[in-house]
Ligand binder design. Structure first.
Ligand code: SAM
Length: 204
């Protein structure tokens, strides 16, 4: 059986409320387009959805939106409709108190939680963080924790505080070039797909 795959995307600029236009995801919506592309690449196959994936989007170290493939509905390949799903979650969050969680659409939940809180929750559930960074060990040959949670940043660098929080996590690189976050998600999926299928370098 395929193992669950967990990704955490750290967003420094996305909005904490739903007061933005879907026509301006890359501008007025604080680069929400970056998160939309990560969501699409985390879940969508050409004809189907990866049900064994959980994606956490941590916004401004205050809010966590979680997408769970096992229940996820209405996710399409375009950024605009994905932005609309995330906007629903942001709108719902406005009525939530500390410790409360709400489901905005099937498979998308939201709660007021920062990166440290989320990583603590994942750790209690037995997941181990893996920091995706271009200066890390090559993914191709890297041993991975039994239950990894791959953590990547948005269009900006991790802050020193975030790096301190993740200081004990293995640093893994998908390649020598600095890529967009959603491209890293695809490459991690590809590596795990190859490992699960038993492909090796010399397979013809
Ligand atoms: C667009 S990059 C960040 C750009 C960079 N911080 C800058 O401002 O030039 C988004 C994230 O993808 C991940 N990333 C990018 N290239 C990578 C690579 N070659 N290997 C592993 N992770 C990578 C890192 O987590 C990075 O923070």
């Amino acid at each position: 059986m395929a193992k669950m795959r967990t990704f955490v995307v750290v967003s420094h600029t996305a909005p904490l409320d739903g007061g933005f236009s879907l026509s301006d995801l890359a501008g007025g919506a604080g680069r929400l387009d970056v998160l939309c592309r990560c969501a699409v690449d985390a879940f969508l196959l050409s004809h189907g959805i990866r049900k064994d994936v959980v994606l956490h989007l941590v916004i401004r170290d205050q809010l966590a939106i979680t997408l769970a493939g096992s229940r996820l509905r209405y996710l399409n390949p375009d950024e605009r409709s994905t932005g609309a799903l995330l906007r629903e979650a942001l709108r719902l969050a406005q009525g939530l108190g500390p410790g409360e969680e709400g489901e905005s659409t099937p498979g998308i939940t939201v709660r007021w939680l920062g990166l440290a809180g989320l990583m603590g929750t994942l750790s209690e559930a037995g997941l181990r963080p893996v920091l995706l960074n271009e200066d890390g060990e090559p993914l191709r040959a890297a041993p991975l924790p039994e239950r990894p949670a791959f953590v990547l940043s948005d269009h900006q660098d991790f802050t020193p505080e975030e790096l301190a929080l993740l200081a004990h996590a293995p640093r893994i690189s998908v390649g020598p070039k600095v890529l967009h976050g959603h491209q890293c998600v695809t490459l991690v999926h590809n590596e795990l797909d190859l490992r699960e299928a038993g492909w090796t370098a010399g397979r013809s």
